[in-house]
Design a protein around this ligand. Sequence first.
Ligand SMILES: Nc1ncnc2c1ncn2[C@@H]1O[C@H](COP(=O)(O)OP(=O)(O)OP(=O)(O)O)[C@@H](O)[C@H]1O
Ligand SMILES: [Mg+2]
Length: 278
Amino acid sequence: MASILYLTDLYYPAKGRTYYEEDIFIAGRLMDHFDVALCHPKNSEAFEDSADVIVFRNTGSVIGYKEIYRAFRERIQKNSLRTFNTFTGKADMLGKDYLLELTKLGFPVIPTVDCKSDISLLPASDRYVIKPKDGADSIGLEFLSDEELSQRHIADHVYLIQPAVEFEYEVSFYFIDDKFEYAMYAPNKTKRWEMVPYHASEEDIRFAERFISWNSISHGIQRVDACRTIEGELLLIELEDLNPYLSLLQTEKDTQEKFIVDLVSTLNNCLKEQTPEL
Ligand SMILES: Nc1ncnc2c1ncn2[C@@H]1O[C@H](COP(=O)(O)OP(=O)(O)OP(=O)(O)O)[C@@H](O)[C@H]1O
Ligand SMILES: [Mg+2]
């Protein structure tokens, strides 16, 4: 059997989510097909060379282990380690800069700039959101009135600045490689991690697929987070291509089964291929 080194943080204190339950479920199911060992990224180096593939899962925000993450990425390249996701992504795994690029390219994203002097490029708004580029888990995210924004010193290229979007709900689309698996949404705006299954229309799926096609993950799990504005359109909030939490245990049984079948299948394909050049 091929071997998997499954990276996770079973103790990660995520708001409203139980990372370890999801990973125990997924890792448990993978054990029917692979030899699987669970490990935290801080302890992985000693085992990396002996694993056929390293699966990067609910390891929490890398802000908590920046240096470990940097060194891990360096070893992937140096030792040609096979990973899932492949570390070829252009989105969250490199920080939040991609939102600037997608804004410039005219993708349906929350309009984003990274300097106060560019604020005129955003649609006029009386409320704004600022968030640190290397942030996650809403760390450092603040809502400001236009008055507060004009008075606040914000270092150029360190924060993203966006209009505060009024939305009906947040919805997430989950993909394995380029295949749409399922969608979930948060009907209660104040409890955004209380996700329930969402019936995505063809148009919704096409919206999400644009971001998956733009990105360059050859094998991996990605989550497209969007909001439905009060005007009814979808706008991207975040393309999570590093370690998206999947709310998998909140999906229906057949969705879970299909997800596991597709995951096993893509891992088998990944094992047959050359590791990508980084
Ligand atoms: N421009 C915006 N307008 C309105 N709400 C926003 C905006 N940006 C972010 N939010 C709200 O803040 C939440 C967190 O934002 P985002 O996903 O960009 O940050 P994050 O640091 O990756 O955090 P998390 O891991 O908590 O999702 C969003 O899910 C949304 O509810
Ligand atoms: Mg988010």
